[in-house]
Design a binder for this molecule. Sequence first.
Ligand SMILES: CC(C)(COP(=O)(O)OP(=O)(O)OC[C@H]1O[C@@H](n2cnc3c(N)ncnc32)[C@H](O)[C@@H]1OP(=O)(O)O)[C@@H](O)C(=O)NCCC(=O)NCCS
Length: 329
Amino acid sequence: MRQLRPVGIIGTGKYVPERILTNSDLEKMVETNDEWIVSRTGIKERHIAAPGQATSDLAYEAALKALESAGMKAEELDLIIVATVTPDSAFPSTACILQDKLGAKGAAAFDLSAACSGFVYSLATATGFIQNGMYNNALVIGADTLSSITDYTDRNTCVLFGDGAGAVIVGEVPEGRGFQSFDLGAEGSGGSLLNLEAGGSRLPASHQTVDDKKHFIYMNGREVFKFAVRVMGSATERVLTKAGLTKENIDLFVPHQANIRIIQSAMQRLELPPEKVVVNVDKYANTSAASIPLALVEAAEEGRMKEGDAVLMVGFGGGLTWGASVLIW
Ligand SMILES: CC(C)(COP(=O)(O)OP(=O)(O)OC[C@H]1O[C@@H](n2cnc3c(N)ncnc32)[C@H](O)[C@@H]1OP(=O)(O)O)[C@@H](O)C(=O)NCCC(=O)NCCS
């Protein structure tokens, strides 16, 4: 069998829009309060894109920083994958728009749709391309502008979401480091628990779909919560086993930032102390595909990983989907 190249992260960058929407701002918009939001979700504030600011704009800022941290020029990229459920438009893909903005001439570019699991799905995809020798350097971004599909009159959802982008450069790393395992999965039967119904080929945009608010996120919070707790546990076990590691080996846990209670349940199961867990849901809320890279990049910027550390990432989301990975930093 052909020897696979070790592949890991060689550059990181992140971006969140300037405008902050706090819980007290939301109190003026819907019947809610800071105490309810913090106790049920752990969220205190979220960043919201400016009018006219689209997902490729957020992705672009994060990408520039990732390229800079890798000491790489855009022309050196072979592949761009943007994980998003809020592309600038149905097509061209946000990755193609970004390829043009960055001047990454010659890079293949496509979007990947796996909702909040999209970043881990994209890492696995890029890793496969690089391991088999097809490409050398990939830009992988999780970017979402959930504010563009959030109904700010629906208290069940509008308190939960924010906008942002996290980017990494994926490439060859020294032996012994990089991605050790992935565990991706889907339960399509749960698709209607978390979705955006209209605007596709099943229900094209019409006056009726707008009147019926079908261009906004719908979520059955309780069912998604149960799914999340279940798959965080099972995906984590599988991905650790595939890497030949146990929970005792985890140096840093980077979970999807949807809800502090879901993160705490995973921490208990893995018996992890707070210093081994990245939490920034309080500042950014749930940013979908951007959530794990925002947490990972922030942890890297804060110097929370050192060379050789075992980093466990796990996400879950619409589809329903999940994605987990073990990375040696
Ligand atoms: C959404 C979520 C925070 C709700 O918390 P919960 O403890 O399940 O709350 P419930 O759904 O039981 O709602 C309890 C009550 O609070 C109300 N409520 C909902 N949103 C509220 C808000 N923002 N402010 C105040 N009250 C609110 C509900 O209307 C309900 O009232 P009722 O009992 O009179 O009908 C929780 O279910 C959750 O986090 N789910 C997972 C979401 C997630 O991770 N999604 C992203 C996946 S990628």
